[in-house]
Design a binder for this molecule. Sequence first.
Ligand code: FES
Length: 160
Amino acid sequence: MDNLSSPARPCGFPNAVTRSAVTRRAVLGGVTAVGAVAGLSACVDPSTVEASSTPATPAASGEGTVAATAAELAVGSSLSVKIGERTYLLFRPAEASVLAYRAVCTHAGCEVSVGEGEFVCHCHGSHFTRETGDVTAGPARGPLEKFRAEISGEDVLVYL
Ligand code: FES
């Protein structure tokens, strides 16, 4: 879904950043963790966002990108991370599993943040499950774009 790669633009909804951390691996790998509770909000052109009806996990392509350390993502927790210019949401439901989603709202393209037990878009109030990326409250109708991810040793890898 390359049409989600449009440059971000401000959407006028302030969003507090409550935690900012750069890990050793992040510096080496060009990945920056941006928040466990909330991330910066940015929008893309709504006309470029397509709602998908299935949250299917795409097959892995190439090598995984280190998105965080396993220690940064405790079991049951979520994390917002930057990989390059894009933001992704991670959720670790169990010791050996992790889920990854692009943090772009399927309503109008605002950045989705980590909320209390779910992912939240602060632009118009859409909520998404951490387990599937499905919408639990609109106006968004489509699930978050999902990526294959895994715990590999001390690293959380996302396959983009
Ligand atoms: S852009 Fe996310 S709810 Fe509207």
